[in-house]
Design a protein around this ligand. Structure first.
Ligand code: HEM
Length: 291
């Protein structure tokens, strides 16, 4: 049986990304790590537009299938594990018949659901991917001097995209009460909280700059970027690890990331910013040659 190219590419990319993280920690420079994360996010998310929602979801589930199946027999023996009709919810063919239960529900929601639901998902993914890219442009090209007017324009475009994307996300989440594999109403309110963390940071960032406080704008911008990294990457990477570990309890792993990813991202970004902003770290950085 042929190996799924998409999943194998993601595994190879994750290995490279791990090396970039280790190098970043050693050299205290995370630009390469961040940019690689943006590229990998685009690779995954463009799949929804190019290959269609069902195939993209099956490929996404395929990433999680490998660890989830370690030590499992052919019938689902764990509460957070399930099978799907004709095993069509994975790109692994018949190699893995057990899948994370959230994954089988995810696939079913979008292959057997109304077209509006898939359109909301595409809207959410495309618009949030645009925001994810633009926020790095803003980070690496802050609004001083000649960059000021482009920074302002991109900020406005991002905020509109974020608002529309979150409307799609909250709409989708409002249906989750009926999806026990996600955690039911706990998932619904968890996604609402995720949206509130992200949007709250964005609003605070705007309030700060509107009142002319550039340094508070920067503080909230870094928290916002942390919340977005949390909602996307921390969510998916932590789930990859905890999903197989917590497979005996229904929906526990997915609920942990739904509730914890955005605040977790904010905390990590805040700690990193405080470290960079310590006078000693600033002085050391100013002695480095400019990139
Ligand atoms: C900002 C807070 C976020 C919220 C509240 C949120 C919420 C959601 C919801 C409710 C779903 C659909 C699950 C379903 O209905 O079955 C979803 C899926 C998805 N979201 Fe988000 N999301 C957020 C951030 C992001 C970001 C920043 C990105 C991309 C940069 C993103 C990309 C995706 C993707 C690609 C999926 C499909 C699952 C996957 O392939 O990973 N989301 N999100």
């Amino acid at each position: 049986m042929a190996l799924p190219i998409g999943v194998m590419t993601v595994y190879a990319a994750l290995a490279v990304w791990g090396v970039l993280l280790a190098r970043g920690l050693k050299q205290r420079s995370f630009r390469a790590f961040l940019l690689f994360g943006v590229g990998l996010m685009l690779f995954l998310n463009i799949g929804y537009v190019v290959n269609g929602v069902p195939h993209a979801i099956a490929s996404f589930i395929g990433i999680y299938d490998v660890l989830m199946n370690i030590g499992l027999g052919t019938a689902p023996e764990a509460a957070a594990v399930a099978t799907c009709p004709e095993n069509s919810c994975t790109t692994w063919g018949d190699r893995f018949v057990n899948h994370p239960a959230w994954g089988t529900a995810f696939y079913d929601r979008f292959t057997n659901g109304p077209a509006l639901r898939s359109n909301l998902l595409i809207g959410h993914i495309v618009l949030n991917s645009v925001v994810f890219v633009l926020m790095h442009v803003q980070l690496f090209r802050p609004g001083y001097g000649p960059a000021k007017s482009t920074h302002r324009l991109l900020g406005r475009v991002s905020f509109i995209c974020l608002t529309l994307s979150l409307i799609c996300a909250v709409w989708l989440a409002s249906e989750h009460g009926a999806v026990p594999e996600y955690g039911g109403v706990l998932a619904q309110y968890g996604f609402y909280s995720m949206a509130a963390f992200v949007y709250g940071c964005a609003i605070m960032m705007i309030v700060a700059i509107r009142s002319g406080d550039v340094s508070r704008h920067r503080v909230w911008a870094i928290r916002f970027i942390g919340s977005m990294w949390g909602a996307f990457w921390l969510f998916r990477v932590v789930l990859f690890v905890v999903d197989p570990l917590l497979r005996n309890t229904e929906a526990l792993a997915i609920l942990i990331v739904i509730w914890g990813a955005a605040p977790g991202g904010i905390v990590i970004a805040e700690l990193a910013r405080r470290k960079w902003d310590r006078p000693a770290a600033r002085d050391a950085a100013s002695e480095l040659p400019a990139e």
